[in-house]
Ligand binder design. Structure first.
Ligand SMILES: *Cc1c(COP(=O)(O)O)cnc(C)c1O
Length: 415
């Protein structure tokens, strides 16, 4: 070949060298958008599917595939597809559910706020009707399902912020009695604590932004289906709706996933100790923790002996003023409307995730102004208890100077 000019070498030198023979011991970041082929004939064989190979990163990418395969195995599913966020994963799961104008989605009334908005504001205009039910009242749910004949039931393994565990097997049976698909958002539980597909759910969805990544440095989502028949629809949601997971995020989340079991063991043990200790205090009226429930569902759904890594407390002074004063006084624990990170975070549900509801509605649900949700991290539990203790003392001392930033503002759509 003729000698190339320097302009050309800038573009091509060193590119497309053969890959090394040795197998990398962790999956590399394949940041390429597309692939090149030896010949047009080879390209044709790839496009027709005769030769299994990658084509274009929106269709599939080895770094993203590695994460998909890991979560598929962990959830014991037939197929997993990753998306740009938890919301994109839920959107894909709904697209894979044969919804048509007039179809009914029956959703748990304590669903994540943005999930309601997705159903009402995005699917609603296409004629999908969303109805709400209390998924912990199985008799009522059975009656509603018989009456409404929904196409889809949508629930969460652990509810926010009251941390009620869903009886997935019982709800799955009710859903299947009318041929409905049962989608479970298991973000709060992770595949380490619960395996919804094994209990009868059809599709499990995760915001990988939370526990799967675990370090507050990546946004992503994943949907895993029990039935391989859902592969085409989940893949087309990726290819055609186009909300694919970036390879960089896939790499971060995959790295997080490797330590999930270790992190959660510590987080759950910290959470349980906090829940027990905080339950003894006179300045806390109520502690919500799945292991304290007496309905037997926690043991049916969550891996023993764990009770999850979230604890919600209601201050004795059940007011927004007291909750914010307590939160502002925290020195170690971070004020943030998220969960699942290695560090402990607190959020005030009434002014963040549930701010769109009226106060009356929140009170009916039990989400009062003095409720603070704690996502427990991997720190030393003694340090966490000491921070909470000093912050609670400041609540009981009126006139304490409030420092630090306040939460709220326009963060309503966050966790
Ligand atoms: C955060 C969250 C989502 C949305 O996930 P994103 O990654 O923020 O899109 C959905 N469901 C639950 C339960 C969540 O906590």
């Amino acid at each position: 070949m003729a000698k190339r000019s320097i302009e050309t070498e800038f573009v091509h030198a060193g590119e497309r060298a053969p890959l090394p023979q040795g197998l990398p011991n962790s999956t590399p970041i394949f940041a390429n958008s597309t692939y090149s082929y030896e010949s047009m004939e080879e390209a044709e064989r790839v496009f027709t599917g005769d030769l299994k190979d990658y084509i274009y990163t929106r269709y599939g990418n080895p770094t993203v595939d590695s994460l998909q395969e890991a979560v598929r195995v962990l959830e014991n599913g037939a197929v997993a597809r990753a998306y740009a966020s938890g919301m994109a994963a839920l959107h894909a799961a709904l697209l894979a559910s044969d919804l048509a104008p007039g179809s009914v989605v029956l959703a748990s009334r304590d669903l994540y706020g943005a999930s309601f908005d997705l159903l009402f504001n995005v699917f609603g205009p296409f004629g999908v009707k969303t109805q709400l039910a209390d998924f912990s009242d199985l008799d009522d749910l059975r009656a509603r399902v018989a009456e409404l004949k929904p196409r889809v039931l949508l629930g969460e393994t652990i509810s926010n912020p009251l941390l009620k565990v869903l009886d997935i097997a019982a709800v799955a049976e009710i859903a299947h009695s009318v041929g409905a698909k049962f989608i479970v958002d298991s973000t709060f539980a992770t595949p380490f604590l619960a395996r919804p597909l094994d209990l009868g759910a059809d599709i499990v969805v995760h915001s990988a932004t939370k526990y799967l990544g675990g370090s507050a440095d990546a946004i992503g989502g994943i949907a895993v289906a029990r039935d391989i028949a859902d592969e085409a629809a989940l893949t087309s949601a990726m290819k055609l709706a186009g909300g694919i997971l970036s390879v960089w995020e896939a790499h971060s989340i995959s790295r997080g996933l490797r330590t999930l079991a270790l992190r959660l063991e510590r987080q759950c043990s910290n959470a349980e100790k906090l829940a027990v200790e905080l339950g003894k205090r006179h300045d806390i009226k109520l502690v919500h923790y799945p292991k304290f429930a007496t309905d037997g569902v926690t043991e049916k759904v969550l891996r023993e002996p764990f009770g999850g890594a979230l604890v919600s407390i209601v201050l004795a002074d059940d007011t927004r003023e007291a909750a914010w004063r307590f939160m502002n006084a925290l020195e170690l624990i971070v004020r943030a409307t998220t969960l699942g990170d290695v560090f402990t975070t607190v959020s005030h549900s009434a002014s963040s995730s549930h701010r769109e509801l009226t106060e009356k509605r929140r009170n009916t649900l039990g989400i009062t102004e003095g409720l603070v949700r704690i996502s427990v991290g991997i720190e030393s539990v003694e340090d966490l208890l000491a921070d909470i203790d000093q912050a609670l003392v400041s609540v009981s001392e009126p006139g304490t100077v409030v420092t630090g930033s306040t939460i709220g503002g326009d963060q309503g759509a966050a966790a």
